[in-house]
Design a protein around this ligand. Sequence first.
Ligand SMILES: [Ca+2]
Ligand SMILES: [Ca+2]
Ligand SMILES: [Ca+2]
Length: 279
Amino acid sequence: MKTSSLMKTSYLRCRLGMSQFMVRCWMASLLTMAASSLGFAGEGDRVPQPPLDIPHYVIERAATPITIDGKLDAAEPWSAATTIDSFQFPWWTAGAREATTARMLWDEAFLYVAFEAQDAHISAYLTGRDSPVSRDDAVEVFFACDPMDVSIYFNFEFNAIGTILDRSPANNRDGTWNSEGVRVGISIDGTLNDSTDTDQGWTTEIAIPFEDLAPHAPRLPPHDGDQWRLNLYRIGGEVNPQFSLWSDTRTERPQYHKPDRFGMVRFSGRLAGSAVTSP
Ligand SMILES: [Ca+2]
Ligand SMILES: [Ca+2]
Ligand SMILES: [Ca+2]
């Protein structure tokens, strides 16, 4: 509360009887609660509040190095990261719902994301940077580094052969921006582009460099406790096309560019797999 507000409060407390003062406080609280329910914090501080029903995730620091090769080896800290296993299918119409799990970690240089996608028919053809990889089997990471302005967001999309589409808030989100340091590794358990047999799935390991996100982030790398808005998506490819996602965008048709519906992630200094907090 600002100093001027405190002075006004003291003044009121003197002018009014205590019971009247408490009634007015109660009414002020009701007004503040009403403002919050409309999506604002109230008290002259019109900060947009995230929807109450979006999912949350704590991104812990990687305690040991991660090799971006599409394999979530036991020597890597992935096994200590919390697994997201709640992908939803809001636009499902037919076919098997193929499950996706995801995990995230970070260190001084990178945000790491791992997807494990069950997939009976793995298909991917596009090879050119920024080609429309969502026509293939694909996984996608969208995020806004400043939760106060989710309109400033990045999207990184990867098909099952590691082709990258990436866009930044710059230049009206055109395709010319590339993250020079983004890396992706994929391993496929099955046969690519062969619909006559049944595949098991594919694993994607991604490293997104913080330095490539400037100047569209409040601070890089993030600090312990910093929050971003982020969503994770999957696209099903040619045989069993389907859409699934971590935070439901609540759109009538499939729509992933819905930053106000991104989930909430918080960077933690806790080392994944360790009780020790990093300095
Ligand atoms: Ca690895
Ligand atoms: Ca597929
Ligand atoms: Ca690009």
